[in-house]
Design a protein around this ligand. Structure first.
Ligand SMILES: *[C@@H]1O[C@H](CO)[C@@H](O)[C@H](O)[C@H]1NC(C)=O
Length: 313
């Protein structure tokens, strides 16, 4: 009797002590929308993971929200764009990233093509694992910036910082409604063509047979740290000590690269491909013909900020 009750009272004491300690009660995700339009983040928890305080909400331009996650949470987070509530059915839906719930809250994942921020907090080796994935296509720029934690080689900013909708290959483009002028998302080759070699399925279901395609290379060139196809692990998975807080930003523009440099031992792969940004400006192929002038203007600004300003300041 006493033998059994001692450990349980010890356990209770330890639980009470851990409640008083400020360490690892929650991991904060600070989610910010820098896009020039409203983004509706969606959150889907993995099976068996602790629940989240919210599964979907709205963030207007410039707005930020801190969400307390369990330090052992795993799941994915994404942005929905061009959302509205149908006045006759009262159903909420989005042109990109829709989770099919008909409401602001989500209970399933995003309809592709959607950029995904993926997390496995408190994974093996006392590490959080995280990545930004374009395996299911792309809709919005997302960057994850760890806020603290040991500066190990793989504890660094990742994501897809650039808006690639205007650069998306024509056979992968997605348009909202019947507006053929402006691409709002970019499909993966797997979704667009359904071929096993693009989906890494069937005989291509392992890293030795499933290789990058010209389509996955388009995503990789634009966003060197993001997953561009299923077996792109080596340059796309990042880890920080469990307990690290994360900033997740939609449309980080150029501030993200600076934020990424807060941690000096950043992975060797660049966060933004300067060449790709530059090509967006000078490319005279058909892709540029469909560019809106605002995209070209934005590319010039990005190029200036990431490159030329070093000559002057
Ligand atoms: C940047 O993009 C160019 C053009 O697409 C490509 O050749 C180059 O390999 C890319 N660099 C990185 C680091 O991905």
């Amino acid at each position: 009797m006493t033998m059994a009750s001692l450990p349980s009272s010890l356990h209770l004491l330890l639980s009470l002590l851990s409640l008083l300690s400020p360490v690892a009660i929650s991991t904060t995700f600070t989610i910010t929308n820098n896009c020039g339009y409203t983004v509706w983040p969606g959150i889907l928890s993995g099976a068996g993971t602790p629940p989240v305080p919210t599964t979907g909400f709205s963030l207007s331009h410039g707005e930020s929200r801190a969400v307390a996650m369990s330090p052992s949470w795993s799941g994915r987070l994404w942005g929905r764009s061009l959302c509205s509530t149908d006045p006759s059915t009262a159903k909420f839906s989005c042109s990109t990233g829709d989770c099919g719930s008909g409401t602001l809250a989500c209970s399933s994942g995003a309809a592709p093509p959607t950029t995904l921020a993926e997390f496995t907090l408190a994974g093996s080796g006392g590490l959080d694992f995280f990545d930004v994935s374009l395996v299911d296509g792309y809709n919005l720029p997302i960057v994850i910036v760890p806020q603290s934690g040991a500066a190990t080689g793989k504890c660094t900013a990742t994501g897809c910082a650039v808006d690639i909708n205007g650069l998306c290959p024509s056979d992968l483009r997605v348009f909202a409604g019947d507006d053929e002028g402006k691409s709002v998302a970019c499909r993966s080759a797997c979704e667009a063509f359904g071929k096993p070699e693009f989906c890494c399925s069937g005989e291509y279901g392992n890293p030795n047979t499933c290789k990058p395609s010209s389509y996955s290379e388009f995503f990789k060139n634009a966003c060197p740290r993001a997953y561009s196809y299923a077996y792109d692990d080596a340059s796309s998975t990042f880890t920080c000590a469990t307990g690290t807080d994360y900033e997740i930003t939609f449309c980080p523009a150029t501030t993200s690269q600076k934020a990424g440099e807060k941690i000096p031992t950043a992975a060797k792969v660049p966060l933004i491909n300067d060449t790709m940004v530059f090509m967006g400006v000078v490319d005279t192929s058909s892709a540029v013909a469909t560019h809106t002038w605002s995209t070209i203007f934005a590319s010039v600004i990005v190029f200036w900020l990431t490159h030329l300003h070093r000559l002057f300041f």
